[in-house]
Design a binder for this molecule. Structure first.
Ligand SMILES: Cc1cc2nc3c(=O)[nH]c(=O)nc-3n(C[C@H](O)[C@H](O)[C@H](O)COP(=O)(O)O)c2cc1C
Ligand SMILES: O=C(O)C(=O)c1ccccc1
Length: 389
């Protein structure tokens, strides 16, 4: 019998025979509370926090919760294959780890631990531009495992060009360009604590190691780190970009490009017209536009508009295997998992991230099987019903 992700369930019960229970909860929605309890208020506040009064983050969860799976019976789900092709890459399951910046605030092993955990399970890791570890080091941790690079498309073209060249050379295959964060939104939880990791130089590793970035500094980084941070803050985001500017990225990246943060079907069409390969339907985990549409509510419209032209990915609110299933049913090809793995990292380093990946995929495998599917390919809108709230 083929190995299934669901086998993690038996592994846990078997380990229990010797008295061992999992070090972290297997209900991944419980990680946030545990992290709040065990880790400092600044870092957890930064990760858990969102824009405004938090209604967008809550709406993300509600939009998934409102959709309910309608399981089908007697459809031979004994042997299952969760693998999917995404942007020409063969993935073991429709899951990747979302780009999350500044994660050394959660654990000193930071991106290295996440990279090793992702590589151990063949799950792609989307490395943030605002990584606390240089991209080359992350690449080294991953060997030939699948890795994608997330670009914060800032003001300095030379830095952007340099990042793309470095990412390519380091074996990152897909470029994920985040459009929804040319500036940080109003985030009361961080504002109330006056907590912003970059001001302490966290999340600047790709920049501080970059020749084009350094060329813009009057003094070397180590001689005047504050000036380097100020320079970083000055060029990090650029709110003046428009659709035609994507030609620059298309010209300097010869692999797939995915635009992250697309919620309107017309923006998805513009992405296709601009020669992009995919979109991530995302509201940045509710961290940007307070009051914005829930990502899962935007997903079907985007999938209907461009599903035949672009690869549609999804994030914002995914916490369980059932959520992964629902996102596929709403039109996503694969999902990005965000906060849960960051809490896993904070609570137990690499092992914590592996725990989160294995729980999410075991639960997805079981949800798929128990709903009557042996592969993600057969999941459609017909598998869901919507209950009013
Ligand atoms: C602490 C934190 C940092 C993030 N940093 C980035 C980033 O550097 N680049 C990016 O594109 N998205 C970033 N995101 C957004 C995630 O990629 C993803 O869209 C979001 O976490 C999805 O929401 P969820 O975690 O609630 O499911 C960040 C999210 C969090 C929570
Ligand atoms: O905090 C975020 O949501 C985010 O996207 C970000 C941006 C820059 C650096 C680190 C994280």
């Amino acid at each position: 019998m083929a190995k299934h992700w669901a086998d993690f369930q038996y592994e846990i019960y078997l380990n229990g025979m010797t008295g061992a229970v999992p070090r972290l909860p297997t209900d991944l929605t419980r990680l946030e509370e545990l992290a709040e309890h065990r880790l400092g208020p600044g870092p957890v506040g930064y990760v858990a926090g969102s824009a405004g009064e938090g209604s967008t983050a809550r709406a993300n969860r509600a939009a998934l919760d409102r959709r309910r799976i309608v399981p089908r019976m007697l459809r031979d789900v004994q042997e299952r294959d969760l693998s999917v092709e995404v942007l020409g890459r063969a993935l073991p399951a429709p899951l990747a780890l979302a780009p999350v910046g500044t994660i050394s605030i959660m654990h000193p092993d930071a991106e290295s631990a996440v990279a090793r955990a992702a590589a151990a399970h063949g799950v792609p890791y989307v490395l943030s531009s605002a990584s606390s570890t240089p991209m080359e080091q992350v690449a080294e941790e991953m060997g030939d495992a699948e890795r994608w690079f997330q670009l914060y498309w800032g003001k300095d073209r030379e830095v952007t060009r340099s990042f793309l060249g470095r990412a390519k050379a380091a074996g990152f295959t897909v470029l994920v360009v985040t459009l929804d964060t040319p500036m940080m939104a109003w985030r009361p939880r961080d504002l109330d604590q006056a907590y912003l990791p970059f001001l302490h130089g966290v999340g600047t590793a790709n920049y501080f190691t970059d020749p084009a970035f350094r060329a813009g500094l009057a003094q070397p980084v180590h001689e005047d780190p504050n000036a380097a941070v100020r320079h970083f803050l000055g060029l990090f985001g650029d709110a003046s970009h428009t659709w035609p500017d994507l030609a620059f990225l298309r010209e300097h990246w010869d692999g797939p490009i995915v635009l992250k943060g697309v919620l309107h079907p017309d923006d998805a069409r513009l992405a296709a017209d601009a020669g992009m390969d995919g979109v991530v339907v995302s509201n940045h985990g509710g961290r940007q536009v307070a009051g914005s549409v829930a990502a899962a509510d935007a997903l079907p419209g985007v999938a209907a508009a461009v599903g035949d032209r672009l690869t549609v990915l999804f994030d914002s609110g995914v916490r369980t295997g059932a959520d992964v299933f629902k996102a596929l049913a709403l039109g996503a090809r694969a999902v990005l998992l965000g906060r849960p793995y960051v809490y896993g990292l904070g609570l137990d380093g690499q092992a914590g991230v592996e725990h989160v990946i294995r729980c999410a995929l075991a639960e997805f495998d079981l949800t798929l099987a128990l709903s009557g599917h042996a592969t993600p390919a057969t999941v459609t809108a017909d598998d869901l019903t919507e209950t009013p709230i």
